[in-house]
Design a protein. Sequence first.
Length: 269
Amino acid sequence: MTGIGWCEDGHKLTYRDSGNSLRTNGKRRKQTIYLRCRESLYGGCDNRIGFPYQRFEQMLLSVVGVGMQTIVGSVIPETDVSELVKRVADIEATIARKRQAIELNTAELFELPAGPLRDAMKRQLGDAAAEIEQHETELQLAQTEAKMTEHENSFRSIARFQAAKAKLNSADTEECLAARRKLAQELRLRITRVELRRDRTMRVRFNDGRGGDNLVELSFTTERLNGIRHVREGESFPIEKARELELIEAVGDEKRQQDELVQAASATE
């Protein structure tokens, strides 16, 4: 949760081990790791809610991946990038043409004797190189705006996430630890903010994987995913209730299918 986990009041989250101490009724507590507001441990915040970390992790893993792409695709419409794609192609062609011209003129430059003509050609080559740098900046901006690179990376991220997730229950301790590190890395790429609320829910904001400012906010209770909202420019907006319930159910179906596959695989071992 480093850097992304926050209390509703803006304080950082920390991990809190409940230990196995006795309750007031004499029963021993089950040792559990909780996410808590760090300041609440020292009386600096009255948000004393604890959210079981293992349960939170399980629910995140059940959502991120193909399920998250389903939610993003339904909540955030794709942008028409046809004009931007054409613009990217035009800039790339311009850069290629100018680079070829520089190569030809550079070859001619070395054949010229020292003098005004050679100096003038050197200045022209310098100007052309500066223009190429400007075009490359334009190209990068156009690619980002069209969300080409980011969209492609989103699908690559899913593939990496699913591969790591498949090794999470490996009997090989080293492989399991490596998988957990990989999962943590992929989650940090997609999660913008985790917020612990006083109503005992955890709100998680995911970026859309396309490099834009659009976000999807998911709300978790300790039992399940119970809400989906669309976030634009920092403000949260509800989506159609029927669609929200449909998406929540779709994520639940995907998790059940994954659990069945894991059980089937275990049965054949």
